[in-house]
Design a protein around this ligand. Structure first.
Ligand code: SAH
Length: 217
């Protein structure tokens, strides 16, 4: 279902103005952003804002991330198409859809039932057969299907939980916004034989992770 739609031009401009112009040039990543109809992943009343350069509320106090941030996190994951990926925080399902285009298998866990159900509807319209949605607390990862080649955390975390770190393979990566409740750094953790190599990429602001290893208030 990659035909022209009402939003094709807006989507093309988003890719050029917000993603390419800010330095992301990986052709596979850009192609995924040209393909996935972002307007299907925002609430009906926000459709006209779907391709704008900012996050948008999706209900239950959560947001769909700004397109550039989704693109940057995706780029940091370094996907070639063979990977098994875990996403913690399905939210709208938009990042999930992008991952589905670029990885072999995607598992995505979401705490809020309603959001997962809506994401499922949006995802089914683009028919990603390699995407598996789970409902539950993902702050300790998703043990059932581990290990993963990549893990992406799309809610702010005070730190990456040990359980989550244990679920990634050696040579694998975890991309996560790590910091306090209000400000975080986007970090890329690459698992070594012993420990992780950690790179800070950019200051960011994400909604807080809830659950066992998140914030309780
Ligand atoms: N990638 C998503 C981001 C959504 S915001 C998008 O662009 O749409 C982060 C999401 O993480 C929210 O939907 C929130 O409900 C979810 N979340 C928060 N704590 C969680 C937890 N412990 N387990 C699973 N999901 C969680």
């Amino acid at each position: 279902m990659n035909g022209p739609d009402l939003f094709s031009e807006a989507r093309e401009s988003m890719v050029f103005d917000q993603i390419m112009r800010r330095g992301i040039d990986n052709e596979r990543v850009l192609e995924a952003f040209r393909y996935v109809p972002r307007h299907l992943f925002v609430p009906d009343e926000s459709r006209d804002q779907a391709y704008m350069d900012h996050p948008i509320p999706i209900g239950a106090g959560q947001t769909i991330s700004q397109p550039y941030i989704v693109a940057l996190m995706t780029k940091c994951l370094d996907l070639t198409g063979t990977e098994k990926v875990l996403e913690i925080g399905t939210g709208s399902g938009y990042q999930t859809a992008i991952l589905g285009q670029l990885a072999r298998e995607v598992y995505s866990v979401e705490l809020i039932v309603k959001l997962s159900q809506r994401a499922n509807i949006a995802l089914s319209t683009i028919g990603n057969k390699n995407i598996h949605l789970e409902i539950g607390d993902g702050s300790a990862g998703l043990k059932k299907y581990q290990p993963y080649d990549r893990i992406i955390i799309t809610a702010a975390v005070p730190s990456v939980s040990q359980e989550t770190k244990d679920q990634v393979v050696i040579g694998g990566k975890i991309v996560a916004p790590v910091g306090d409740r209000w400000r975080q750094a986007l970090e890329v953790w690459t698992k070594q034989r012993i420990g992780f190599d950690v790179k800070k990429i950019l200051p960011v602001v994400f909604v807080p992770m809830r659950g066992k290893y998140g914030w309780q208030d």
